[in-house]
Design a protein around this ligand. Structure first.
Ligand SMILES: [Fe+2]
Ligand SMILES: [Fe+2]
Length: 268
């Protein structure tokens, strides 16, 4: 089996439609569609299905990414225990794939109904395992903690115990995956502050993109609510959560300013 494969060599059958990160974020305005899954909104079913499909494809890529990291590096590059943790993560993600495809069906969706963005797998193809931990385990699975917490609450509000318990169950695993990322990022870069700094910068870039122009917040009705307590259980510091929040608020202010500028222009 080949090591360090290209991000574009992700194997899929023809039910899937692919979109690279570059395509996804080429016009940042497009990403405004992410939106909140609001139980009272008219298009709530479609939004929930879209989000569920996104979670499902994220789970497949997380499985593939963790598998790659367990395989791509020798014990001269990473501790054997790190490889074991990645193998354990594969086991979790395989269960999440089964759960989330069944949940997608439960919500009336089907495989391939929405595009698959391959950001997670792209980050999981990084040459440096520490960047994979920062970009995948901390940034993107950190986002999964936020999203699963919100979907669990959404399931509860909608009176759907199947959704509520499935999300709660997957959330517990994601806390473990993020914690693995925090633990190994620190351990592997113990004597290499430059490498740690660069990996954390990579995490910051991924987190910045996945704020979707200011959609993450801490207020109750934020489109994506930061799950501070679960993030802290997973090795995030308050300062790190604050930083994501501040970046998101800055992005939100930019979006508001653009909107205002557009409405002033259209009044002329
Ligand atoms: Fe997962
Ligand atoms: Fe995960």
């Amino acid at each position: 089996m080949r090591k360090n494969i290209e991000p574009s060599s992700l194997a899929r059958d023809d039910r899937f439609q692919r979109q690279t990160t570059e395509e996804r974020f080429k016009d940042l305005r497009d990403t405004m569609e992410v939106g909140k899954v609001d139980p009272k909104a008219e298009d709530v079913a479609d939004r929930a299905r879209r989000r569920m499909h996104g979670i499902f494809v994220g789970e497949i890529q997380a499985l593939e990414g963790a598998g790659r990291t367990a395989f791509d590096f020798g014990t001269d590059e990473v501790p054997y225990e790190l490889k074991l943790d990645m193998a354990r993560q594969c086991w979790d993600e395989a269960r999440h794939c089964e759960i989330s495809i069944k949940l997608a069906e439960h919500m009336g969706g089907e495989l391939g109904e929405y595009v698959e963005s391959t950001t997670l797998f792209e980050a999981a193809c990084h040459d440096d395992p520490v960047f994979r931990l920062a970009g995948v385990n901390r940034a993107l699975e950190g986002l999964a903690i936020d999203v699963f917490t919100q979907m669990r609450d959404f399931g509860q509000e909608m009176g759907d115990p199947v959704l509520e318990y499935c999300e709660d169950y997957m959330l517990a695993d994601e806390v473990t995956h993020v914690r693995m990322g925090s633990k190994w990022l620190r351990a592997v870069t113990e004597d290499d502050p430059e490498r740690r700094k660069a990996a954390i910068e990579f995490q910051r870039v991924v987190d910045g993109l996945f704020n979707f122009r200011g959609q993450r917040g801490e207020e109750r009705d934020a489109p994506i609510r930061l799950a501070r307590q679960f993030r802290k259980m997973a090795g995030f510091t308050d300062g790190e959560v604050d930083e994501i929040l501040e970046t998101s608020m800055k992005q939100r202010a930019e979006v508001d300013a653009e909107r205002m500028a557009r409405s002033i222009m259209s009044e002329d």
